[in-house]
Design a protein around this ligand. Sequence first.
Ligand code: 13P
Ligand code: SF4
Length: 325
Amino acid sequence: MTILEQTRPIFERAARAIPEVEWPIHAPYVAEINRLKRERNAVILAHNYQVPEIFHTVADIVGDSLGLAIEAARTDADVIVLCGVHFMAETAKLVNPEKTVLVPDLQAGCSLADSITAADVRLMRERYPDAPVVTYVNTSAEVKAESDICVTSGNAVKIVNTLGAKRIIFLPDEYLAKYVASQTDVEILAWKGHCEVHERFTGAQIRAYREDDPGLIVLAHPECPPDVLAEADYTGSTQGMISYVDERRPSRVVMITECSMASNVSATFPDVDFVRPCNLCPHMKRNTLPKVLHSLQTMQYEVNVDPGVAVRARAAVQRMLDLSA
Ligand code: 13P
Ligand code: SF4
C-alpha cells in the first residue's frame, strides 16, 4: 500500500480543514509520526490553536489549556509531545515529573508568560500580604511557584469564587482579570499583561460584523479587551466556544480568538457557517509537522523544570486540578 492509500482515512476525517492538494505533502510526515508514536509509546497533546494538519491528523488529545493539563495528568504514555506553547509543556512536566515532555520548537513562547517574572510576584505579595495570588496558567513555572493557585480561562471565575478571599492578586492578564472581576464580588488586583493576539481585536470590529449580519453569534475569548467582551454573546475558553457551537448549533458564528480555531472547529460542524477573522499567534504557529517528526526522531526538545521550582509550581497547578475535578 502506498503512503497516500494508507493515510486516506486520516485525510477523510480532516478533509474539511485541509485542502486535498496539500495532502501529498503532509501524508509522509503523518504516517511516520504516527508510527514513531507507537514505537516510543508517545502521546501528542495539541492545543486548539494548532494548524489543522497537526490538530486533525497526529494529535491524540486536543483541547484548551485546562483540558490539556487534565489529560497530561492522566496519560500513561512514556513521552508527551506538547504541540502548543512552552508554558503548556511546563505544566505537563509539572504533573508528570517522571515522563519525558517534548516540544517541537523551544521558541514557542507567549506574550502573557513573558509579561511577568517571579520577582514581580514577590513584589505584589509584599505590597498586598493579605491577598492570595491567583495565577493564569499562561506563565512560567517560576511564576507559578510564587503563586497560591493557578487558573485557566476555563475555570478562573469558579476558582476565584471558591477561594473565600475578599480580595485577590490576579496575574498576569489584565483583561482576563477584568472579566473575572465582572463576574464576581471579589476585589481583583490586576497586572498589566496582555495577549498579543487577543488585544488586537476591537469593539468597533465586532460591531461592524454585526452590522453586516445581525443574526451573527459572537463568541469571544476572555483575553480580549473589555469593549470586545461587551459585544459578545458568549465569553469563554477555546473549549467553551467549541461546546457552545456543539450545543447550540448557531447558523453563523464568529470566534474572536486565534485563526486556527475556526478552521479546526468548522471541520467538525459542517452545518455551521464560520466568519473567519484572522489574528495569528506566531508562537503556536512555530509547530509544524516536520518539527513534530524531528521531535520524535531525536527526542528533542526536552522540557525540564528545576526541582526546587517544580515542587512549589506543582502545588499551585495541583490545587487548580483538584478544584476543577
Ligand atoms: P485556552 O485555555 O482558552 O485554550 O487559552 C489558551 C490561550 O493561550 C489563549 O490565548
Ligand atoms: Fe500566549 Fe496569546 Fe499566543 Fe495564547 S494566543 S499562546 S495567550 S500569545
